[in-house]
Design a protein around this ligand. Structure first.
Ligand code: RTP
Ligand code: MG
Length: 149
């Protein structure tokens, strides 16, 4: 089933010049980029995006961190992309994330774990709508997809 998911390079990933590396991994895997922008997250958007964690002790730090610098927000499309992207990211805590995953290869601490990805179809839909207007998402065919599907 073709799905869309919301992926974001967090402020630490942007500062550490990992945007290209992360885009490259998703492109090489065979997924299609359908929307992308460099943006500064407001306090309001951060609290909405991470609303499920508002009672957690690290909520304040999480909001401060995600608003601490530009992020690179993306929407990727492909079969099973929601689950595949989570696997490509690795476990939340980089110290537990397998090598070969973004967090396993580049992260050290849970508070600065480089990348965000939607964790379910419901959160993908919610997060895509939170970060993108419908006219910022494109629908197009790539010739290479005939060699992937
Ligand atoms: P994300 O939402 O950022 O993609 O990460 P995730 O699904 O893998 O993890 P989640 O449970 O949603 O947690 C959101 C972010 O909160 C930070 N966190 N800190 N100090 C802590 O114990 C702790 N636990 C989670 C992480 O940066 C995590 O990505
Ligand atoms: Mg999460």
């Amino acid at each position: 089933m073709v799905e869309k998911t919301f992926i974001m390079v967090k402020p630490d990933g942007v500062q550490r010049n990992l945007v290209g590396e992360i885009v490259n991994r998703f492109e090489k895997k065979g997924f299609t980029l359908v929307g992308a922008k460099l943006m500064q997250i407001t306090d309001e958007l951060a609290k909405e995006h991470y609303g499920e964690h508002k009672e957690r002790p690290f909520f304040g730090e999480l909001v401060d961190f995600i608003t601490s610098g530009p992020v690179f927000a993306m929407v990727w499309e492909g079969e099973n992309v929601i689950t595949s992207a989570r696997e490509m990211m690795g476990k939340t805590n980089p110290s537990e994330a397998a090598l070969g995953t973004v967090r396993g290869d580049y992260g050290v601490t849970v508070g600065k774990n480089i990348i965000h990805g939607s964790d379910s179809p419901e959160s993908a839909e919610r997060e895509i709508n939170l970060f993108f207007h419908s006219n910022e998402l494109l629908s197009y065919n790539k010739q290479v997809n005939t060699w992937i599907y």
